[in-house]
Write a protein that binds this ligand. Structure first.
Ligand code: SF4
Length: 466
């Protein structure tokens, strides 16, 4: 998937004018927020669990080389083959080579954001390998030929009516609006794909260093069929998914389910250690694990390292006023919402993604709900500073910030000019006390009036009282 984040503003404007998308986003806001709130309220130790999750992730990141080595050793001892891909291109090449070596023409694939990140679907298509997405949301967007717009609900931007139209066209059946019947249609197609697939590609939620196991979490059971039915299973995931032990993994799984969907635990949590053994009744004959770096090790030891704690729960975007207004496609790449505003510049480069760290009101809700306590606004500020340093922001914005910084170092002048500005705006507001157009900052009043200042500045009032 091409990085299109520089067009964030244009895409956001289109999203705001898209009535169907706005209906879908309103539904998302209600569902995810209330379910998470209920799950958190029902668990008094949730804050303690968050701190434990943060500590686990920080510990792993500080000793990533050690846990990586241990994981590779244990996974290979269990019969899996582990490959390290330094870049997205290398990951694509490795997967294609594995599929070609096994003569694979048809694959099933469950959701993997890392596969999305390395543009695996495009590579499979170019190599003439038929891919069927088995996660229902991914299946829907595959039919629509669109990228995902959310970490755990890739098709949340679509309304039921649109899905009904898509299914009717793809399945050659009359348009159906009952969600159960739509699911039954998808199930019929997917069952056949599972039986025909010569390889299954999945992601991984966690990798357990002590056992060499891969953990996948779904609510549909599709990852289990994807990895268990075909003779070849390929896991495409990233290096920071490691956890030291199974116990650590389960602490994080408790946080993940509550933060993502408000469940105590996901419906299907599968631990897979190596391919099928002689006395196993099912499972793949061969298992390969492709561990993708693609810029992550460069984040280690930097101010951005805390971003690698992320367990992809989506709580930050479900609570972000910007994401909930414009949806995921406006972000222009795989990772969206507040976590995307930090991770995308780190993986794709700030020069290609500059508007993303600005796509935040800094209300701080993302950090408040993050189960591993990632200080997302602070990390966005790191990128804003970098963008300022590289002169990526428009000239007027940079000049304004420089002027502001200079004034802030001259507090008396600052206060005097600020007081003058407040009086000017109050006068411009007139009797209606509303500002139709803000001088030099027209974007704030393009779609609404602003209330004019009512009186003197806070500091002036305070001084007068004293
Ligand atoms: S940044 Fe935090 S809240 Fe957002 S997806 Fe990652 S773990 Fe979840």
């Amino acid at each position: 998937m091409e990085v299109a984040s520089l067009a964030f503003h244009q895409a956001a404007r289109r999203a705001l004018a898209d009535a169907e998308l706005q209906r879908a986003l309103a539904r998302l806001r209600q569902n995810f927020q209330s379910r998470r709130a209920q799950a958190v309220a029902a668990l008094p130790e949730f804050e303690a669990l968050r701190r434990a999750g943060e500590a686990i992730r920080d510990h792993v990141l500080q000793h990533l080389d050690h846990y990586l080595e241990r994981f590779v050793e244990r996974a290979q001892a269990a019969g899996a083959k582990v490959h390290i891909a330094a870049t997205a291109g290398e990951a694509r090449r490795l997967v294609l080579e594995l599929l070609q070596a096994h003569g694979v023409r048809r694959v099933t694939k469950s959701k993997s954001m890392v596969a999305e990140e390395v543009a695996l679907a495009e590579a499979l298509e170019a190599a003439g390998i038929r891919r069927v997405e088995t996660d229902l949301g991914e299946y829907i967007i595959q039919l629509a030929n669109e990228p995902p717009s959310h970490l755990i609900g890739p098709a949340v931007h679509m309304t039921e009516e649109r899905i009904a139209r898509l299914f009717a066209a793809a399945h050659g059946e009359p348009e159906e609006h009952d969600p159960k019947r739509l699911v039954a249609q998808a199930r019929r197609v997917l069952r056949q794909a599972y039986l025909e697939a010569e390889a299954g590609i999945t992601g991984a939620n966690f990798l357990v260093a002590e056992t060499g196991s891969v953990i996948t979490v779904t609510n549909e059971g599709n990852a289990e069929l994807t990895q268990g039915l075909p003779p070849l299973h390929i896991v495409v995931t990233s290096i920071e998914k490691l956890v030291p032990t199974m116990e650590h993994a389960f602490t994080l799984l408790r946080l993940l389910a509550r933060s993502a969907t408000g469940q105590e635990f996901a419906t299907y949590t599968t631990v897979l250690t190596g391919p099928r053994r002689a006395d196993d009744r099912d499972g793949p004959e061969a298992m390969h694990i492709v561990l993708v770096d693609n810029g992550r090790s460069a984040m280690l030891g930097s101010r951005l390292q805390p971003m690698l704690r992320c367990i992809r729960c989506s709580a930050c975007m479900n609570h972000c006023p910007v994401y909930l207004a414009v949806g995921g496609h406006a972000y222009g790449w795989t990772y969206v919402g507040p976590m995307g505003a930090v991770l995308t510049p780190a993986l794709a480069g700030i020069d290609r993604t500059y508007p993303l760290p600005e796509a935040s009101t800094f209300c701080g809700r993302c950090a408040d709900v993050c189960p591993v306590r990632i200080p997302l606004p602070d990390l966005m500020r790191v990128w804003r500073e970098e963008a300022f340093r590289r002169r990526l922001a428009p000239l007027h914005q940079r000049a304004g910030l420089r002027l502001w910084a200079w004034l802030a170092r001259h507090p008396r002048l600052y206060r005097r000019l600020f007081g003058l500005g407040v009086r000017l705006l109050a006068a411009l507001g007139g009797r209606r006390r509303r500002l139709r157009r803000l001088p030099l900052a027209g974007g704030w009043t393009r779609a609404r009036d602003l209330p004019a200042p009512e009186g003197p500045t806070f500091l002036a009032s305070l001084e007068r009282r004293r």
